[in-house]
Design a protein around this ligand. Structure first.
Ligand SMILES: [Zn+2]
Length: 147
């Protein structure tokens, strides 16, 4: 199954707008219990923490949903209870949640060279930056050209 922006647009509270994820669901029955092992692989578009520019972040996430047959449907507990009126297991909610769990807290371009240089200039005020590298003295550039 492939999951993209159409999927995430179904959820009004989605932090994710654009994504290209392949979702693999592996079902395993253990006694009266059904385990759905869900694996997400692909990219999610996020804003870079350093330059605020959007980029496709590679993600991989695995978790599972455990379901049991029961009297009354309850999809809020750790183990889902599926009542007799449920004929299909809808995994869109856990897939949506897992995609958000797959996002790391720190999201930056893997390579600083991919960051938007204009934005970095604007964001790097006199107070900010901290341990950023000192700008190179222009005289060094002249030396480089002598090589
Ligand atoms: Zn960036």
């Amino acid at each position: 199954m492939e999951v993209d922006s159409t999927f995430f647009s179904l959820f009004p509270l989605s932090e994710i707008q654009q994504a290209a994820l392949s979702v693999d669901v592996h079902f395993e029955q253990v006694g009266s219990q059904l385990n759905a092992q869900i694996t997400l692989d692909g990219t999610i578009e996020v804003a870079c923490d350093r330059c605020l520019g959007p980029f496709d972040l590679p993600v991989h996430f695995e978790d599972r949903v455990i379901a049991k047959l029961g009297e009354t449907t309850d999809l809020d507990s750790d183990v889902w209870i599926l009542g007799s009126e449920v004929h299909e297991l809808d995994l869109s909610q856990p897939i949506f949640e897992f995609a958000h769990l797959a996002l790391p807290t720190r999201r930056i371009h893997a390579n600083e060279a991919d960051c938007d240089p204009d934005m970095l200039d604007r964001l790097d005020g006199p107070e900010g930056g901290g341990d950023d590298e000192e700008p190179m003295d222009p005289r060094w550039n002249a030396l480089k050209e002598l090589k």
